[in-house]
Design a protein around this ligand. Structure first.
Ligand code: HEM
Length: 417
């Protein structure tokens, strides 16, 4: 049935109850149609895709659905409002918010660092980092696996990749936590202030790398900027910020949500840990699909009036692909609300698709495999301390918990070699 964007349908996309059990909500959205209008916090009225087919078609058509407003006869940045401070506009110079050819130029500069082989070589190091963090939980009866583990691992890994010195990492963690706390207008204000100091922090790191080049991606990017026309200063700041930002909360929640899913599905958990070496890769794909921690893409602009899956979309309107809903679509996944760690094939859209598919996909996979592998090797009898009182974050687009209290129970087992 045809809808109008001015009359959005009501779906509660960010309540804790929906985060705890998202399957009924997305089933109801798919029943309303493959492309429907909704009203979203901060972003406002936007079309969203609900089915797998519509989501895949949307993200793959980067001519019809664009990131840069000027390609759709608008000004501003999709999802960013006029009232957002000018000082933060520097952050919009990143690949995720650019169309071709700028997107390709920016992505090419960092593509190699995130390629499968380079990331696989990092596995041993990532396991060592996981073990070092888990040392902090050793000997304790209880602990919080978000604050004490799943937040810290992705942060340490990306800091290592970028070449951020140890003493700077605590500071980054503090402002990143505030910057990701946007839920209401007070949260937005705090987030802006925090992002402002984040930009200053990144600029400081870049200056430091100019004076004293060091190992890591920031120094490599500084060299690319100094080489000439490949990257300008604002793009450099925005790139470092994006890399810090895009891989931090996303991976935190994939790890945390996966632990919850395993604890809630003991038979599947036992299956995985009977032979983790051969089952972990496939299991993490399914945990990604089942938990879908990044529930939607960023908004795109419709570049021209068109008909898309039975709806008339107007030039300049916003549209996003609801990835979680695509990942639960029974037209593609058998019994989508059942965790099946040996599911194969598993063509999920956890990391998006099309030209903006996740740059850090391999890294996120290896981090999650290493995190679950080391956590359960050292605390095999781990249990959720408050399984009925999980504190889901009430924010559109992400699915994760604020804290994950667990009983660690078992004595620490052997460390990784
Ligand atoms: C579980 C972890 C992660 C998930 C679920 C995830 C998901 C996604 C998704 C869905 C997109 C596409 C967004 C869109 O089309 O609007 C994306 C893009 C991106 N991700 Fe990730 N991501 C994760 C981890 C990471 C990590 C670890 C990094 C890097 C350190 C990273 C860097 C990026 C970048 C740079 C883009 C933009 C790519 C482009 O525009 O070409 N992500 N991610």
């Amino acid at each position: 049935m045809p809808y109008r964007l001015s009359k959005p349908l009501r779906f509660d996309l960010d309540s804790a109850a929906v985060k705890a059990d998202p399957f009924p909500l997305f089933a109801a959205m798919r029943a309303a149609g493959p492309v429907i209008p909704v009203k979203l916090p901060i972003i406002g009225k936007a079309w969203v895709t609900t089915t797998y087919e519509a989501a895949a078609a949307m993200v793959k058509d980067n001519a019809l659905f664009v990131q840069e407003s000027r390609h759709a006869g608008k000004s501003g940045v999709a999802g960013m409002k006029w009232w957002m401070p000018v000082s933060l506009r520097v952050l919009t110079n990143n690949m995720l918010l650019k169309d071709e050819p700028d997107h390709r130029r920016l992505r090419k500069l960092v593509d190699q660092a995130f390629q499968r082989r380079r990331v696989r070589d990092m596995r041993g190091n990532i396991e060592r980092i996981a073990d070092k963090i888990l040392d902090g939980l050793e000997g304790r009866a209880e602990g919080d696996l978000v604050g004490g583990f799943s937040r810290r691992l992705p942060l340490e890994v990306i800091c290592e990749l970028l070449g951020l010195p140890d003493q700077e990492r605590g500071q980054f963690l503090t402002w990143a936590r505030t910057a990701t706390s946007m839920r209401n207008s007070f949260g937005i204000l705090r987030a802006f202030l925090s992002m402002g100091s984040g930009i200053k922090f990144v600029r400081g790191q870049i200056e430091e790398c100019r004076r004293n080049p060091r190992e890591g991606l920031i120094s490599e990017l500084v060299r690319a900027e100094e080489d000439g026309d490949k990257l300008n200063e604002n793009e450099l700041v925005s790139m470092v910020f994006l890399l810090l930002f895009a891989g931090f909360e996303t991976t935190t929640h994939l790890i945390g949500d996966s632990i919850i899913a395993l604890e809630q599905n003991p038979v599947q958990k036992a299956y995985l840990f009977t032979d983790p070496a051969s089952r972990m890769e496939r299991a993490v794909e399914e945990l990604g699909r089942y938990t879908s921690p990044v529930q939607s893409t960023k908004p795109r602009y419709v570049s021209r009036d068109c008909e898309f899956f039975g709806q008339r979309l107007g030039r300049g309107e916003l549209i996003m692909a609801m990835l979680a809903s695509a990942n639960y679509d029974p037209a593609v996944f058998d019994e989508p609300d059942r965790l099946q760690l040996d599911r194969f094939p598993n063509p999920h859209l956890v990391f998006g698709s099309g030209i903006h598919f996740c740059l850090g996909m391999q890294l996120a996979r290896v981090e999650t495999q290493a995190a679950l592998g080391r956590l359960y090797a050292r605390f095999p009898r781990l249990q959720l301390a408050e399984p009925d009182r999980l504190q889901w974050i009430e924010r559109f687009g992400l699915r994760g918990v604020k804290a994950l209290p667990v009983r660690l129970k078992a004595a620490a087992a052997r460390r990784a070699a």
